[in-house]
Design a protein around this ligand. Structure first.
Ligand code: IMP
Ligand code: MG
Length: 173
């Protein structure tokens, strides 16, 4: 069996940078005062880092880690909380930052947990969305790019922990 590798570039570094800057402005406009951004490790770490630098004014950041994919490219449907947030969410305007919404199972789980902690508002930003793969109807207020049903890597997204360091999004093939 041939090894899977990044093939064609689906979204270039320049396209990502422009879109992330736009998303940051939109998020700030929707949260002019308090803004608490929660990123999902590890996939969202690069997106979070670029997004945060484009958000003007006061913003606080926190991180949590979930696992939904064991290894490979198919969803297990099983989600585990591996690292919780450091700070409470009650009364805060929270934006979840996630790399990609695929089946929607991970985000649904996460939104349910965070909503139960009593934030004033809870919105979600995903760099990528694969709507054709959705199993549950999950609300995502900010979507960077909508893509087809292809397994992608780069800009934080991995295949077996590789390729997170690519500055663009590439199709694995
Ligand atoms: P969901 O629960 O099926 O929506 O899966 C979401 C998670 O699966 C994401 O946070 C990613 O970690 C992973 N994932 C889904 N699609 C891809 C992909 O194309 N490349 C890399 N990771 C993916
Ligand atoms: Mg992820």
């Amino acid at each position: 069996m041939a090894e899977l590798r990044p093939t064609e570039i689906l979204i270039s570094e320049a396209q990502i940078q422009q879109r992330v800057a736009e998303m940051a402005v939109q998020i700030r406009q929707d949260h002019p005062d308090d803004l608490h951004v929660v990123a999902v490790l590890k996939g969202a770490f690069i997106f979070m880092s670029d997004l945060a630098r484009h958000i003007p004014g006061h913003v606080s950041l926190d991180f949590m880690a979930l696992s939904s994919y064991a290894k490979g490219t198919t969803s297990s449907g099983e989600v585990r909380l591996q690292k919780d947030l450091d700070s409470a969410l009650d009364g805060r305007n929270v934006v979840i930052v996630e790399d990609i919404v695929d089946t929607g199972l991970t985000l649904t789980y996460l939104q349910d947990i965070l909503r139960s902690r009593g934030p004033k508002s809870l919105r979600t930003a995903c760099l990528l969305s694969k709507p054709s793969r959705r199993k549950v109807d999950v609300k995502v207020e900010y979507i960077g790019f909508t893509i087809e049903d292809k397994f992608v890597v780069g800009y934080g997204l991995d295949y077996a922990e590789q390729y997170r360091n690519l500055p663009h999004i590439a199709v694995l093939g």
